[in-house]
Design a protein around this ligand. Structure first.
Ligand code: 8YV
Length: 322
């Protein structure tokens, strides 16, 4: 029997690419992101597509008349770029890659907490530009994270991992708000206090870290009004999706110093970053590195591939979202 034809829309790290090449009749796009027309053409040509975040697998693509594609195995946990309802309507299975990137993404949240609380960017700039005038007892004083309240918006796997790391590293106290309250065993393990609204959470948080999915339900959850609920000493961290934050409002809050700092790994219009953020000293900016370790990215590719394996073996793919 011939191998299923698979399109991988962006390159994966070595071992994961090797696996799909060996097990499938795989085409790996070596170039730029595919256009909508190319995605629609691919719907006719392949049995399965492996997109990544930013590839718009919308109703038009999924509804391609006479499509050959039967599975969309996403490389990534977030899937707001895939129209799940349209996939279901078209009888196309869709999967994602949960679990394997939780710790790596939580690590970046912790990194941003340290970068902002300890003013690492400002220090780096001084060293690199030769403007450092030497040690001083009042030089670039930051804030300790020890014992502070970490407010998590979203308490899924990544939020829980961030909570564990922040507790064990800094003894941070955990507060959270999420669409669904987590199981009481998890609340007990993390000694986590649930807040019924994001506003109430923002008021008590020393660090407010976002771990909720993207999409219409969370669009601009952090807007000018929410930023006003935060303390002048508070830090905002976003490793989830840029659309959760109104970047223009954040620029104003950072400029006016109504919050202490922000650490961002994701942006509203990646790779474009709001120009107002670029010159501010109280913001740390990373280029969507949440899951960017060799180990994690290989594991993501393997997880996507194992969803394909199960599907083409006639079994239920483990990470089905549609
Ligand atoms: C990915 C992510 O690198 O998995 C996700 O949802 O945000 C990132 O970790 C990227 O989106 C891959 O599709």
């Amino acid at each position: 029997m011939s191998k299923p034809k698979i399109l991988v829309t962006r390159r994966w790290p070595g071992a994961a690419e090797d696996y799909v090449r060996e097990h499938y009749d795989a085409t790996i796009n070596m170039g730029e992101r595919l256009s909508k027309d190319q995605l629609i053409a691919a719907m006719h040509e392949y049995d399965g597509i492996c997109p990544s975040g930013g590839d718009k697998i919308d109703a038009e693509v999924l509804g391609t008349p006479g499509a050959r594609v039967k599975i969309v195995a996403n490389f990534g946990v977030g899937f707001e770029h895939i129209d799940v309802a349209a996939a279901k309507a078209a009888g196309i299975v869709a999967t994602n890659t949960p679990d394997v990137l939780s710790d790596a993404t939580a690590d970046i949240a912790i990194l941003l907490m340290l970068m902002t609380s300890r003013r690492a960017y400002e220090g780096e700039q001084q060293v690199r530009t030769g403007t450092w005038r030497g040690w001083g007892a009042r030089h670039l004083l930051g804030q300790s994270l020890d014992g502070k309240v970490l407010g998590l918006f979203g308490m899924g796997r990544i939020g829980q991992s961030a909570a564990r790391k922040a507790r064990s590293a800094f003894g941070m106290r955990i507060a959270y708000h999420s669409r669904n309250r987590v199981a009481s065993e998890i609340e007990q393990e993390l000694d986590a206090t649930y807040y019924p609204s994001l506003e109430a959470l923002a008021e008590v948080s020393d660090v407010l870290s976002l771990h909720a999915p993207g999409g219409p339900g969370t669009h601009h959850a952090v807007d000018a009004a929410l930023l006003k609920q935060m303390k002048p000493t508070s830090i905002l961290i976003n490793t989830a999706r840029g659309t959760l934050v109104d970047e223009a409002a954040l620029v104003e809050a950072l400029k006016a110093r109504t919050i202490w700092a922000a650490g961002l790994d994701v942006f509203e219009k990646e790779p474009v970053v709001h120009s107002g953020l670029l010159d501010l000293p109280n913001v740390a900016l990373l280029p969507h590195l949440g899951s960017a370790t060799i180990e994690t990215r290989v594991a993501m590719g393997m997880r996507a591939a194992h969803n394909l394996d199960a599907f083409f073996a006639g079994q239920a793919p483990p990470d089905r979202i549609a």
